[in-house]
Write a protein that binds this ligand. Structure first.
Ligand code: SAM
Length: 232
């Protein structure tokens, strides 16, 4: 269970109404039952239900059961698409171990707004589902151009370009370090964006194979391709 509370020896964690409902009504836990907790910073902790109510409860921490994990330094930058598909991208990126998720507005992006809080909640759920201790932060929507203006030069960029025909690029010679993946929207990248992206010294233009993938499929394929070459 994810909690927004520091986790340490001797601590007690008060539950929110939703958490109490989930643990005691949905999972049917009661006093004395054990729960694994994480907050994205202090590792995983084994806790015991000390108080169980309908709308509230308290968990007492017993001991740390896993150290805090840190994923490889990989950002996923993607242009938001339809709501359900954007949710999917965030969920899968969190499952696959992206360190940070950055929604970007490109020339052909249709959405001008995202629900950052909803997307962050999806990242939390994904981390809970796969027993992770890390939750990637989801940024608010920002313009691709502005992101590139302030780009940290040491971070290499895997620019996934559907215009690059041919088999999936092999990243075998890519060097480790901070990386980011960029996935475009349904309409792909504009010519101006493609020109700028291909000229950036830190960008690698990459094919994900001869077929044009939907953006949500492309995000999963790109993270997997990167993980295979450079992840852990
Ligand atoms: N409308 C575009 C077209 O027909 O050319 C397709 C865009 S595609 C649905 C969305 C994004 O997924 C692309 O901008 C790109 O980042 C990524 N993508 C999809 N297929 C790809 C491929 N074969 N190689 C590299 N990137 C790909």
């Amino acid at each position: 269970l994810y909690v927004e509370h520091p986790l340490g020896a001797g601590q007690s964690v008060p539950l929110t109404r939703d958490q109490a409902h989930y643990l005691f009504a949905v999972m049917r836990l009661g006093q004395g039952d054990k729960v694994a907790l994480f907050n994205g910073a202090d590792g995983e902790w084994l806790a015991e239900v000390a108080q169980a109510g309908k709308r509230a409860g308290v968990l007492d921490l017993i001991r740390q059961s896993a150290a805090q994990g840190t994923p490889p330094d990989l950002w996923l930058c993607f242009a938001p698409i339809k709501k359900a598909r954007t949710d999917f991208i965030v969920e899968k990126a969190a499952e696959l171990g992206a360190a940070r998720i950055l929604p970007v507005q490109t020339d052909f992006t249709n959405s001008e707004r995202i629900r950052q809080d909803r997307l962050q909640a999806h990242a939390v759920e994904a981390a809970e589902q796969c027993g992770g201790t890390y939750v990637p932060p989801v940024d608010d929507l920002q313009k691709l151009g502005r992101l590139l203006d302030g780009w940290p030069e040491e971070r290499q960029l895997m620019f996934c370009d559907e215009g690059l025909a041919g088999p999936a690029t092999v990243l075998a010679e890519a060097t480790p370090g901070p990386w980011a993946i960029l996935i475009g929207p349904e309409g792909g990248f504009s010519e101006a964006e493609r020109k700028r992206l291909t000229e950036l010294p830190f960008a690698h233009r990459v094919s994900l194979g001869p077929r044009i993938l939907r953006a949500d499929t492309a995000a999963v394929a790109a993270i997997t391709l990167w993980q295979q070459a450079l992840g852990d």
